[in-house]
Design a protein around this ligand. Structure first.
Ligand code: SF4
Length: 230
């Protein structure tokens, strides 16, 4: 068994996957028609719920075909208006335009998909408004690269499981999960999707539904059902 930093025991990490997929089934992520749509969604989903992203994507699709050329050709005010349901729509319109500019200057999917994962990650992170979580969403779900996406749900769930303090840096957490799970793209995709599903459905920020949780036998937070434990 490989060493796992941050106390992430590979058996426990895989056990969480097994328990969650038995409960919820495959999540079939990312919900998008094309890799480019995945990347647009990854930008729009920052700080908002996916249902709002879907509404914004629907409004955008009513105006243009979803490709980088059409997004850049759309009047910036019209773009922002289309993105209104996603919140921070002026900022997201600028970020989306910045990303589309980068995407086209880089040669699009054909060129970007030939880059190594670290090179591609560095280039994505150099685009204004793309942080590690957004870049890793793109790498995993659009480019099929074996990276683990760390988000607030991951931190909350594994903090409650007693495996993270919740305030570790992004990179140590990512590395720990990648060591535990290995370079298995389907598993990494499913894992992140299941964590999101569980955090929304059961392991909520307030009043988690511990009594029916499949992870409860291994969860110190779930073992104590008193309100002060949450
Ligand atoms: S037992 Fe409760 S706190 Fe623990 S993982 Fe399940 S829902 Fe979250």
């Amino acid at each position: 068994m490989k060493d796992a930093p941050l106390g992430l025991d590979p058996a426990l990490v895989l056990g969480v996957h097994d328990a969650l997929i038995a409960d919820y089934g495959s999540q079939d992520w990312w919900p998008a028609e094309t890799p480019f749509e995945v990347m647009v969604g990854a930008i729009l989903t920052q700080n908002t719920a996916w249902t709002n992203v879907e509404r914004a994507l629907g409004r955008l699709a009513e105006r243009i075909d979803l490709n980088a050329e059409s997004i850049l050709a759309l009047d910036p005010d019209d773009l922002a208006d289309a993105l209104r349901p996603a919140g921070y729509f002026n900022l997201k319109a600028r970020r989306l335009r910045d990303f589309c500019d980068f995407y086209l200057r880089s040669g699009g999917m054909e060129v970007l998909s030939r880059l190594g994962a670290e090179d591609l990650r560095a280039r994505l992170l150099a685009v204004k408004g793309i942080g590690p979580e957004t870049a890793d969403d793109m790498l995993l779900y659009a480019f099929e690269r074996p990276v683990f996406v760390v988000d607030a749900y991951t931190r909350r769930l594994f903090a409650r499981l007693g495996r993270l303090s919740g305030n570790e840096g992004y990179e140590p957490i990512r590395a720990a999960f990648e060591r535990a799970l290995g370079p298995d793209v389907p598993l990494l995709k499913e894992y992140h999707a299941l964590v999101v599903r569980h955090a929304k459905d059961a392991c909520r920020s307030r009043r988690p539904l511990c009594s029916a949780c499949a992870l409860r036998p291994d969860c110190p937070a779930g073992a104590d059902t008193s309100p002060s434990a949450r």
